[in-house]
Design a protein around this ligand. Structure first.
Ligand code: URP
Ligand code: ZN
Ligand code: ZN
Length: 489
């Protein structure tokens, strides 16, 4: 009779703060022992051969089976998206349940569950996207949804169909502060982008490369500063997503140096691509187009510095998959202007290997930082820790055996998404997760998937520590309460 369901032997187990050479025992989907040598036997035993065993990745920014603001459906559904994630060493995804204006948030959440439940092969939580903070949403739906485990929401400062005003941002931040949720912000100045885009298009500059000009660096820097200021007014924590730009990163760093709870995320496209990638014949450059756009090598260095010094807490894919056709990236075929292209690049599967190869192997970050940036910090920030994001007794048995010597030349055909291309084709990668375990199930092994559709579980998120205010509102709000004003939250 076996003592355990699964034992991984001879592993170099790395978490965000330690390395243990030994064995991991798993029972009923959880880690039950982590020791130099486990005496009991497993029903299944895997010899890791001295390889690294790292926590399964948590990808806390990905768009799956979601309609964009233009109404274009992502190329990946919850099956292809989660399969692709698993092959890249990720065992938990937090995609978005996206409200479009006029929709009930409650109904949106129901619809996303209906899409995910029969298809997901790994575990998932949901962030909400709030585009219509109506009295019904602010007064009833959001507070109730936070209680039900949807404790983070993204808001947009740009995109005609998605953006909220500064006033609405304050409403949302104040609510999040009161009810224990974390607000994620897409920070780009809508009017700067629109003004530049209008003049570019007016003069016939419509190719994909002009996307990087319209989405100016200062547009990200200004909106970052504004978002932080709004958060300060009401003493609400905030997470800035997909950061790409030197001045915005410096603004984030300064806010953190002041002791503010402002968090930052970056993504593979900002270490591995530049605006030059969009400079291709015709509309081909659309395949590299995302918002904010990849910048230049100087910005890449600033992103690396912020990954290394802890200014960024998370490295997420921002997987926003669209095929290169009229149903996806280029709705008007070769007549599509940069304003009409679907924004976003795929990255669920390559997120961890790219950071491992470019970061750990090249000595830019440590293995511990890699674990924190790809798994632990995501789980902590969004209320899933310690169930997810680490390897510890009592945690879900989510981990991957990495072959640090495996060399791979990226090519879409080796990936498992439904996109039809990868913006990283031809890149040399060293290091890949070869065996992936999700809640004790060996879901990827020998290049094959072994997971049933619908076997992933929904994870309600706790109200995270990251969402707790500092307890110091702005002097003006303090003055208001001294004057006897009704509390605003
Ligand atoms: O270009 C991007 N990033 N598209 C996806 C939507 C978003 O803003 O994250
Ligand atoms: Zn965004
Ligand atoms: Zn996104």
């Amino acid at each position: 009779m076996a003592d355990y369901d699964l034992v991984i032997r001879n592993a170099k187990v790395v978490t965000e703060d330690r390395q243990l050479d030994g064995d991991i025992a798993v029972k009923d989907g959880q880690v039950v022992a982590l020791e130099p040598a486990i005496a009991g036997k497993g029903r299944r035993e895997i010899d890791a051969g001295g390889k690294f065993v790292l926590p399964g990745g948590v990808d806390s920014h990905c768009h799956i089976e979601q309609k964009s603001g233009f109404g274009i459906m992502c190329a990946d559904d919850f099956y292809t998206g989660t399969v692709s994630a698993a092959f890249g060493g990720t065992t938990t995804v937090i995609p978005f349940a996206a409200q479009h204006r006029g929709m009930s948030l409650r109904q949106v959440v129901k619809d996303y569950h209906e899409a995910a439940t029969p298809k997901a092969v790994i575990d998932y939580a949901f962030h909400l996207i709030v585009t219509d903070p109506s009295p019904q949403v602010l007064g009833q739906e959001l507070p109730a949804l936070i209680k039900d485990g949807y404790t983070s929401f993204k808001i947009y400062m740009t995109y005609d169909a998605m953006k909220v005003s500064d006033y609405q941002m304050l409403d949302i931040l104040a609510l999040a502060r009161r009810d224990g949720a974390l607000v994620m912000v897409h920070a780009e100045s809508h009017d700067m982008i629109n003004w530049l885009a209008h003049h570019l298009v007016d003069q016939g500059h419509v190719a994909p490369k002009f996307h990087a000009i319209a989405h100016a660096r200062i547009a990200e820097a200004e909106a970052t500063n504004r978002a932080i200021s709004l958060a300060r007014l009401v003493d609400a924590p905030l997470l800035l997503v997909h950061m790409s730009e030197i001045e915005a990163i410096e603004t984030l760093r300064q806010a953190q140096e002041k002791g503010l709870k402002i968090f930052g995320e970056t993504c593979p496209q900002y270490i591995a691509l530049t605006a030059d990638d969009m400079d291709k014949p015709g509309v081909e450059g659309a395949m590299w187009c995302c918002s904010p756009p990849p910048r230049d090598s100087e910005a890449q260095e600033a992103v690396w510095a912020a990954l290394k010094d802890g200014t960024f807490q998370t490295f997420s894919s921002d997987h926003a998959p669209y095929q290169f056709n009229a149903g996806g990236k280029i709705p008007k075929g070769d007549k599509t202007t940069f304003k009409e292209m679907a924004n976003g690049v795929p990255g669920l599967e390559v997120r961890m290997p790219l950071l491992f190869s470019e970061g750990v192997q090249k000595g830019r970050i440590t293995l511990q930082q890699f674990v924190a940036l790809t798994a632990t910090n995501h789980a902590r920030l969004y209320g899933l820790y310690p169930r997810k994001g680490t390897i510890a007794v009592g945690s879900d048995a989510d981990f991957a055996i990495w072959d640090a010597d495996k060399e791979v030349t990226l090519d879409w055909k080796m990936l498992h998404d439904n996109v039809g291309y990868t913006p990283y084709a031809g890149r040399q990668i060293k290091g890949w997760p070869i065996t992936v375990v999700s809640r004790g199930r060996v879901v990827v092994e020998g290049g094959k998937l072994n997971a049933q559709r619908g076997s992933g579980q929904f994870l309600p998120c706790a109200s995270p520590d990251s969402s707790k205010p500092l307890g110091q509102t702005s002097p003006e709000l303090q003055a208001m309460s001294r004057f006897g004003a009704k509390p605003l939250f």
